[in-house]
Design a protein around this ligand. Structure first.
Ligand code: DON
Length: 337
C-alpha cells in the first residue's frame, strides 16, 4: 500500500519524483557493498557449471588448464576487495588485454586516429572473424582480434616496447609489479596463430600496419599471454568503471572520456556475438578472454573479476558468466535496472 506524503496533491498513486527517489534508494541500498557471504553463495551455486563448457585448446597450451578452477572477486565502490575460490590461480588475460591496449593507443594517438583505422561497430561475428577486412579493409572494432592486433600496432615504440607499455599499465592498474607474460602460452600462440597472422598480413596489405617482420603481431600474442588472477581482473574492471582511477584512489590516469570510450566498446562488443544477449541479461560493460576470465565494470561503482576456464560456443566462460549474472541480479547492478 502506498504511503501518502503530507503536502502532496496526489494520494493513492505515487508522484513520479517520489517514485523515482524511492527506486533509487532501494538500488543504492542493494548495491552498497558486496560481502564474502554473498560471493560464497554464488560461487557454490555455480561450481559445477564448468561441466557444460569446454576449455579452449586451439592454443594448445591453454588446454592444460584445470577445468574445475573457479574464482570470483569484487572491488567495492570504497576500494575494499572481496575474493573467493581459487584466488591464487593465475591464468592468461587473453582478450581482456584489449581494453588496456585500446587505452594506451588512444592516449598516444588520440581517439580520432585510432578510429580512422577501425570502426565503433558491434558485431554478430565471432572474435576471430576476418570482417571487415575483405571489404572496407578496416576492422569492425578494437575488441575483435583484427581490430585488437591493429590497436596494438598503433602503440608507439620498436620491438617489444609496445607490449611492455601494456604490461606496465596492467601492473599499474592492479598495483602488482609481479605481473608478466607466460612464455609457454606465448610460444603456443605464436606457433599456432596463423589465423591472426593472416589478419595481420591482410591489414599490412591494406596499408593499416606498417613496418616489416612480425614484432607488432608478437606484441599482440604477448599481451594475450599476460598472467593475472580474478582479483586483478576486478581491479581492471574497477579502473574503467571509475574514470581510470585505481582502486586505491591513485588518479594518475584520471580520464572520464577515456573510460567512457572503453566501457562503450566493452558493452557493445566485449562479449563478441553474445554481446547483445549479455547486455539484456547482465547489462554491464564486460570483457571476456579465452583463458576463462571476465572483467566487469559497474559504472561509477565497482569492478568484478570472474574466472573458470571452460567456455561456451562464443568463447566466454560458462561459470564466470553465471556468477556475474547472479551477482548482478542480487545487487540490481544492470545499467538498465
Ligand atoms: O587471439 C586469440 O585468439 C587469443 N589470444 C585471444 C582471443 C580471446 O581471448 C577471445 N575472447 N574471448
Amino acid at each position: 500500500m502506498v504511503t501518502c506524503i503530507i503536502g502532496l496533491i496526489s494520494c493513492g498513486s505515487i508522484p513520479v519524483a517520489f517514485a523515482q527517489n524511492s527506486i533509487q534508494n532501494q538500488q543504492a541500498t542493494k548495491t552498497a557493498i558486496v560481502d564474502k557471504a554473498l560471493l560464497d553463495k554464488i560461487l557454490d551455486k555455480n561450481r559445477q557449471s564448468f561441466n557444460e563448457g569446454k576449455v579452449a585448446d586451439y592454443i594448445p597450451e591453454l588446454g592444460k588448464a584445470n577445468a574445475s578452477s573457479i574464482a570470483l572477486s569484487v572491488v567495492n565502490s570504497d576500494g575494499t576487495i572481496v575474493s573467493i575460490g581459487d584466488v591464487q590461480q593465475r591464468f592468461t588475460i587473453q582478450s581482456i588485454s584489449k581494453i588496456v591496449s585500446l587505452m594506451i593507443a588512444v592516449l598516444e594517438n588520440g581517439e580520432q586516429v585510432v578510429f580512422n583505422n577501425m570502426g565503433y561497430y558491434g558485431t554478430d561475428k565471432p572474435f576471430n572473424h576476418f570482417a571487415n577486412l575483405e571489404t572496407s579493409g578496416k576492422p569492425f572494432n578494437p575488441m575483435m582480434n583484427a581490430g585488437a592486433i591493429l590497436t596494438t600496432s598503433l602503440i608507439k615504440g620498436t620491438g617489444e616496447e609496445p607490449f611492455l607499455k601494456i604490461r606496465n599499465m596492467i601492473r599499474f592498474i592492479t598495483n602488482n609489479e609481479k605481473i608478466d607474460y607466460n612464455k609457454s602460452v606465448y610460444n603456443s600462440e605464436r606457433e599456432t596463430g596463423n589465423r591472426n597472422r593472416g589478419m595481420f598480413y591482410l591489414m599490412r596489405n591494406n596499408g593499416l600496419i606498417d613496418g616489416e617482420g612480425e614484432d607488432k603481431l608478437n606484441n599482440y600474442f604477448k599481451q594475450c599471454s599476460i598472467e593475472i588472477t580474478a582479483e586483478d581482473l576486478a581491479k581492471i574492471g574497477f579502473f574503467f568503471a571509475n574514470h581510470c582511477v585505481r582502486y586505491d584512489g591513485n588518479k594518475q590516469y584520471n580520464n572520464p572520456s577515456l573510460s567512457q570510450l572503453v566501457q562503450s566498446q566493452m558493452l557493445i562488443a566485449g562479449m563478441y556475438e553474445f554481446s547483445g544477449e549479455y547486455a539484456r541479461t547482465v547489462g554491464l560493460p564486460s570483457k571476456s578472454g579465452v583463458g576463462g576470465g571476465i572483467a566487469v565494470s559497474v559504472p561509477n561503482k565497482m569492478g568484478i573479476g570472474a574466472y573458470s576456464p571452460a567456455l561456451d560456443q562464443h568463447g566466454n566462460s560458462v561459470a564466470a558468466y553465471r556468477m556475474i549474472l547472479d551477482l548482478v541480479k542480487e545487487k540490481s547492478l544492470s545499467l538498465f535496472y
